[in-house]
Design a protein around this ligand. Structure first.
Ligand SMILES: Nc1ncnc2c1ncn2[C@@H]1O[C@H](COP(=O)(O)OP(=O)(O)OP(=O)(O)O)[C@@H](O)[C@H]1O
Ligand SMILES: O=C(O)[C@H](O)[C@@H](O)[C@H](O)[C@H](O)CO
Length: 176
């Protein structure tokens, strides 16, 4: 395993751009894109679709699955870029426990804009009525190591640029 290869989590509330940013980061850095939403148990998806917010209990098995995906990548020496809300400190601690080093990219977005983005998005299970609950649960990653906070109103390409520069400074490496 390459111990200098950090795993990354692109985190924040629904609509902040996690999937969009993580995809561009993987295109530019290489590694494996892990789309957190694909690992939710069906019961969680059904619950969100009904407009009910997930609880700590609902998220526990999901976080275990994501932690296992991260550790599989780390074992293979492969960079993992995970798009995951990771709203609370204890959720991030669960993910951190799975790998030797985990960088957090926190996409910081005002609630009004998150609401608008989710309301405008089509073909997704997440209703805009749940955005307020996302902000109620959000514990921004202050005083946590290896964290980059980015203004999520910037264009996706600019957020990816900032992420790549920070990743290199933090000991990662760009694919050749
Ligand atoms: N930086 C950005 N500027 C403008 N629009 C953006 C930006 N990032 C994402 N969007 C748009 O906002 C919507 C939500 O983006 P995306 O699905 O990437 O967010 P997400 O955080 O992964 O959301 P969720 O957690 O609900 O899946 C999409 O319509 C996307 O095109
Ligand atoms: O922790 C959570 O409440 C969930 O992960 C949500 O964030 C959704 O999965 C996502 O935002 C919708 O795509």
């Amino acid at each position: 395993m390459n111990p200098n290869k950090l795993a990354l989590v692109v985190m924040g509330v629904s609509g902040c751009g996690k999937s969009s940013v993580a995809q561009v980061v993987v295109e530019r850095l290489g590694g494996r894109l892990i789309e957190g939403d694909e690992f939710h148990p069906q019961a969680n998806i059904a619950k969100m679709r009904r407009g009910e917010a997930l609880t700590d209990e609902d998220r526990a098995a999901w976080l275990d699955r994501l932690a296992s995906e991260l550790s599989d990548c780390a074992r293979r020496g492969e960079l993992a870029v995970l798009a995951c809300s990771a709203l609370k400190r204890r959720y991030r601690d669960r993910l951190r426990a799975a790998v030797p080093a985990l960088g957090l990219v926190f996409l910081d977005l005002p609630e009004r804009v998150a609401y608008e983005r989710v309301a405008l998005r089509t073909g997704h299970f997440m209703p805009s009525s749940l955005v307020a609950a996302q902000f109620a649960d959000l514990e921004p990653p202050v005083s946590e190591g290896l964290t980059l906070t980015v203004d999520a109103m910037l264009p996706v390409a600019d957020i990816a640029d900032l992420t790549l520069r920070w990743y290199c400074r933090s000991g990662g490496s760009i694919k050749s």
